[in-house]
Design a binder for this molecule. Structure first.
Ligand code: PYC
Length: 309
């Protein structure tokens, strides 16, 4: 299996160029469903240790349905196939540029949740114009064991998020274990209280925000992903969902830049345009190709489907 690895603001992406399963020629959403239901062992092993690494997001590069798109993409982590991935899309653009498949300029990429636009400003700097993002529920209160009441918004940014504006624990790098445990408890509480996205879509991503670092909306976040890894980047789809909440509350005007910092201090520049029910987010960040490799999966390797604890 031929892969190219990159990281976007610290968060790893693995693009599968060849050697993945055949997913047919249906819509991207149909192909994502086939990957999720028929090839679980495959996608989990590609991103899990010992073949992959913690926090890695994998990308199947597939033929797009829309001929205007330069590529079709299906994203997954070690737990599930996900609808969209902001850092992954920045990684895909940098990977396509590394392969000489796209030039500086604007290109379309098809995802299972819709077409997104990428603008490559140089070999590493990419702006993603995401799918329409919106808030579904405001001020949902949850009682969390050992913490008390936590309130947050349910919002969509290509995936479903629960966004806690005032994190109950400090958002700083030496607090990762605590941030992870609290976020997992919040995810459990959402399930127990049957709080979900539309069509009962489970909310697997939790975002905790620290206080504003400047008067210009610059803040730091912690993002829990479905596989319980934390996002090293500020999370493109999570930032999109947050922009929708800021816009809905009148806290950020359209076309105004803010800086979003991740827990490790890496940064995205964010802004939005108003849309029908929500916003069209723009996310700018940098990705760097780190590796081009052939994964060799030996049928006799007892850990060929990854370490599962
Ligand atoms: O950047 O959207 C994102 C993302 C989702 C999961 C990990 N990163």
């Amino acid at each position: 299996m031929h892969v190219i690895d990159s990281h976007t603001e610290g968060e790893p992406t693995r693009v599968i160029l060849s050697g993945g399963p055949k997913l047919g020629s249906g819509s991207l959403a149909e192909r994502a469903k086939i990957l999720a239901t028929e090839h679980e062992a495959f996608y989990r092993s590609v991103v899990s240790e010992p073949y992959g690494q913690e926090a890695m997001v994998g990308v199947m590069l597939v033929e797009p349905v829309d001929p205007e798109c330069v590529a079709g993409v299906i994203y997954f982590d070690a737990a599930e196939v996900i609808g969209m991935c902001g850092h992954g899309t920045i990684g895909v653009a940098a990977t396509l540029a590394y392969l000489g498949k796209i030039d500086i300029g604007t290109h379309k990429i098809e995802t299972p949740v819709g077409v997104v636009e990428v603008t490559l400003s140089d070999a590493n700097t990419v702006t993603v114009k995401n799918v329409e993002s919106y808030r579904l529920q405001k001020d949902v209160h949850l009682d969390i064991d050992g913490i008390g009441t936590v309130s947050g918004d349910v919002a969509y940014g290509g995936n479903w998020f629960f966004i806690v504006d005032k994190s109950p624990v400090d958002v700083k790098p030496n607090n990762l274990r605590n941030l992870t445990e609290v976020s997992i408890k919040i995810r459990h509480a959402l399930k127990e209280n049957t709080i979900s996205g539309t069509d009962n879509d489970a909310i697997e991503h939790i975002v905790l925000y620290g206080p504003a670092l400047t008067e210009h909306g610059h803040s730091r976040n912690f993002v829990l992903c479905p596989d319980n890894a934390y996002d090293r980047s500020p999370c493109g789809t999570g930032s999109s969902a947050r922009l929708a909440c800021l816009a809905a509350d009148g806290r950020l005007a359209p076309n105004t830049d803010i800086i979003q910092e991740s827990t490790i201090g890496s940064r995205y520049r964010l802004s939005y345009q108003a849309a029908k029910i929500g916003v069209i987010p723009s996310i700018t960040g940098q990705a760097f190709v780190t590796k081009e490799a052939n994964l060799i999966v030996n049928a006799t390797d007892p850990l060929k489907t990854g370490i599962r604890l």
